[in-house]
Write a protein of this length. Structure first.
Length: 344
């Protein structure tokens, strides 16, 4: 099993030290990777900036021009939460390019699976609007690229970030070739991702939202994956699996109210890797999204990487959450009873 990694090598210029989404996030992951001893066993992929054509396959020309112009100004922001610097344009293009490099390697058979270490993140960027620290939707750009260039008829995107991937949902809401599945805390930013949002037109039934009550952790996620999410993926039968891998559902994250542990992330990734082996020849690629506790982010990313490599989980340096979990059995029943993918 060959696991590939790609990095956004131009991310450091996109940095606001007082903001939670800053360059220390990828630096912490790289430091943990170097300390782990795993790096020599990985295939490191060169990444190139995404082309304008690749971005425009998902986003509007207006969004592209807006990001380019805003990044040419000093101290410019999109809304209250998404800053730009003079290097944001290049960082955002390279972030999408790193996701494309990971998908290309897996789809072409040069790697069994891959992890793209991208920042700025992407899953909140809609076709026409940057938001939520995101400029270009990295996983959506990579997914559209895979569909257009690798002969795929269907793929699935699983998003386990603590926040709903509203931008990814919007990119494929009417597209039946992409199954989008999101587990996220509710209520929480950006306020989307209700159970009733299931897609429209050709995409009806190809969006599966599983909004979770606060403090849901390892036990609840395991139940949800085993009873709902994995069966939905089996029904859809994707030819490739992409994962928006956000580590802000960890109990130590300053922005997230969920209670996953690093061991919990390892278990979820192991399930997704096994399912990719069952459904699509092992073709799975992870694309980094959120995660703002540096120990939880680096530990979670490394745990997922070990799962991709087929390595046994390491000891969890932060341990489990110490809070009781809510009962999510009603959510599971509603999904199985009401969602179109389970009603045929």
């Amino acid at each position: 099993m060959t696991t590939a990694v790609s990095f956004n090598t131009q991310h450091e210029g996109h940095d606001e030290p007082s903001h939670v989404e800053r360059k220390t996030r990828l630096q912490a992951i790289e430091a943990a990777l170097d300390a782990s001893g795993l790096r020599p066993d990985l295939l490191e992929l060169p990444a190139e900036p995404a082309s304008e054509a690749q971005i425009l396959a998902v986003h509007s020309r207006r969004l592209l021009d807006m990001v380019r112009w805003t990044a040419s100004q000093d101290d410019a922001w999109f809304g209250m939460d998404t800053y730009t610097t003079r290097d944001t344009w290049h960082a955002a293009l390279m972030s999408a390019g790193a996701a494309i490099a990971a998908v290309d390697a897996v789809a072409a058979g040069r790697a069994s699976n891959a992890f793209a270490f991208t920042r700025p993140p992407g899953h909140h960027a809609t076709p026409g609007q940057p938001m939520g620290f995101c400029f270009f939707n990295n996983v959506a750009v990579a997914a559209r690229h895979a569909l257009q260039n690798h002969g795929l008829g269907r793929l699935a995107i699983v998003d386990f970030d603590v926040h709903h991937g509203n931008g990814t949902q919007d990119c494929f809401y009417d597209d039946g070739t992409v199954l989008f599945c999101s587990t996220h805390a509710s209520p929480l930013y950006p306020g989307t991702g209700s159970e009733g949002e299931a897609g429209i037109e050709d995409g009806y039934g190809a969006t599966l939202n599983l909004p979770l009550p606060y403090r849901t952790g390892d036990m609840g996620f395991t139940q949800l994956f085993d009873q709902v999410l994995l069966p939905a993926l089996r029904r859809f039968e994707p030819q490739m699996l992409l994962v928006s891998a956000g580590y802000d559902a960890h109990w130590d994250d300053p922005l997230g109210p969920l209670s996953l542990s690093i061991a919990g992330y390892a278990a979820l990734t192991e399930r997704l890797v096994a399912l990719a082996g069952e459904l699509c020849g092992g073709k799975i690629a992870l694309v980094l999204e959120g995660g703002y506790s540096l120990p939880a982010l680096s530990g979670g990313a490394l745990a997922s990487l070990r799962a991709l490599m087929g390595r046994a989980p390491a000891a969890d340096p932060l341990g489990p959450a110490l809070t009781a979990e809510p009962d999510i059995s009603a959510l599971i029943r509603r999904a199985l009873d009401r969602h179109p993918i389970f009603r045929g």
